[in-house]
Design a protein around this ligand. Sequence first.
Ligand SMILES: [Zn+2]
Length: 168
Amino acid sequence: MVQSLVNTSELLEDRDDLTTPAGLLAWAEAADLPCPARPTQADLTRVRRFREALRQLLGGTPGGVPALNGELARTGTRPLLQAGPHVEFAGDDATALDTAITRVLAAVITAGLDGSLRRLKTCAAEDCRWAFYDRSPNVVSRWCETSVCGARHKMRAYRARQAAGATA
Ligand SMILES: [Zn+2]
């Protein structure tokens, strides 16, 4: 859910799905999240700001942290103990968008607590920053495997090997 939100924008392809109400509705439906029936420009701006704050968080930079904590406060996202026992994260759910953002925040918090959040990263290529899940044993992957970026990194690695071979 977090990855799909961050990747609604593909910098390498100059694509952003969240510039229109239809785009936001399509993402929310695909992610099985509630959405206002008629998203406003303010809704779109809010979600894009939230998305970019998440991208910064996954990229390991602190810039997005205040915006994310601002959304935690705005949506009232907090842990609730339930019988079972288990813990859920609930919010004030004032609007459909509040509920959607609460659920994404809950996923981020849960992943942060169970350690899987460190595997969800953004590509180190400045012009890419695609969100990907690092399955490498030591969590050392730096670049994504998208068609454009992955091919570029393969070419870079190939040239590096060729250069190493030429000097060997
Ligand atoms: Zn990339």
